[in-house]
Design a protein around this ligand. Structure first.
Ligand code: SAH
Length: 229
C-alpha cells in the first residue's frame, strides 16, 4: 500500500516531509516529489503549488510515476458554514469545482464535461477511516461533506453564499477538486482533509495569515494518526 499526499503550500507538507525516513527526492515539472516512509508506511509527498492546474499536474504525475493506491490532499480552506470556525476540520465525501460553469448554454453550474458529474464522490470506506483518524483532535468540530475548489481566494459574503448555496459545500479552497477529478478518471481513491484558516468573507485575508499555521498542525495530526492505524 502506497499513500500519496499532496499539499499546495510548503507550510502544508513541510512537517510531513521532515518526519519521513529513507527519502528520495525528484523534481518533475517543477514539483518536488518525496518518496519514503512516514509512520512506517510507504508514502509519496508533494507540494503542488496554488490552484487547480498545478494540483492536476501534480496528481496525474504522482499517479503515473509513483502509482499510489490512494491520494490524500491536505491543507487549509475558507469556511462556508457558520458551524465551522477557524481550526475546525472538513473531510470530503466529494468535491465540486465552483468555477466550472457552462450554465449560460443550459448546463448546470459545476457539471463536469465527460464524467457528467457536478460532485465527484470519494469512496466511503476511505472517508470513514480518515474521519476516525480525525477524532484524535480535541475541541475541534469535524464535519463530513462537500469541498468546493476554484481558482479564486474566496473573501466576500456574496461569493461565499453563492458557493455554499449552489453546491451545498462546507468549505472553499483551490486544489482539492482538481485532485479529485484526476483521481476519479484514473480510478484512484482520494480524500481531502482541510482545516479552516479563515471564514471566506471580508476579513479572510487577515484571518488567513494569522491562522494558517494552527490549522495546518491539525491536518498533520490527522494524517499521522491515519497512517499509524
Ligand atoms: N500565500 C499563498 C497564497 C495562498 S492562496 C501564496 O503566497 O501563494 C490560499 C491557499 O489556501 C490555497 O492553497 C487554498 O487552497 C487555501 N485557502 C484557504 N482559504 C481559502 C479561501 N478563503 N478561498 C480559497 N482558497 C483558500
Amino acid at each position: 500500500m502506497k499513500i500519496g499526499i499532496i499539499g499546495a503550500m510548503d507550510i502544508e507538507v513541510k512537517e510531513l516531509i521532515s518526519s519521513m525516513v529513507d527519502i528520495k527526492k525528484e523534481t518533475i515539472s517543477g514539483i518536488d516529489f518525496y518518496q519514503g516512509k512516514l509512520e512506517d508506511k510507504d508514502v509519496v509527498v508533494a507540494e503542488c503549488g496554488i490552484g487547480k492546474v498545478y494540483a492536476a499536474v501534480c496528481a496525474q504525475t504522482m499517479i503515473l510515476k509513483y502509482e499510489p493506491d490512494i491520494i490524500i490532499n491536505t491543507g487549509v480552506a475558507g469556511s462556508l458554514s457558520t458551524e465551522l470556525r477557524i481550526g475546525d476540520i472538513v473531510i470530503s465525501d466529494g468535491v465540486v469545482q465552483h468555477d466550472y460553469d457552462a450554465s449560460p448554454i443550459g448546463i448546470p453550474a459545476g457539471m463536469i464535461s465527460g464524467v457528467n458529474l457536478i460532485k465527484i464522490p470519494c469512496r466511503e470506506e476511505l472517508v470513514k477511516k480518515i474521519f476516525k483518524a480525525a477524532e484524535i483532535l480535541e475541541d475541534t468540530n469535524i464535519a463530513l461533506g462537500t469541498i468546493a475548489s476554484g481558482d479564486q481566494f474566496i473573501c466576500s459574503k456574496e461569493k461565499k453564499d453563492f458557493i455554499a448555496n449552489t453546491f451545498d459545500a462546507l468549505c472553499a479552497e483551490m486544489e482539492g477538486a482538481a485532485i479529485g477529478h484526476v483521481c476519479y478518471i484514473n480510478n484512484v481513491d482520494f480524500c481531502i482533509i482541510r482545516a479552516m484558516s479563515d471564514m471566506a468573507d471580508g476579513s479572510a485575508h487577515m484571518d488567513f495569515d494569522a491562522f494558517v499555521e494552527i490549522a495546518v498542525e491539525k491536518t498533520i495530526l490527522i494524517i499521522k494518526n491515519f497512517l499509524r492505524n
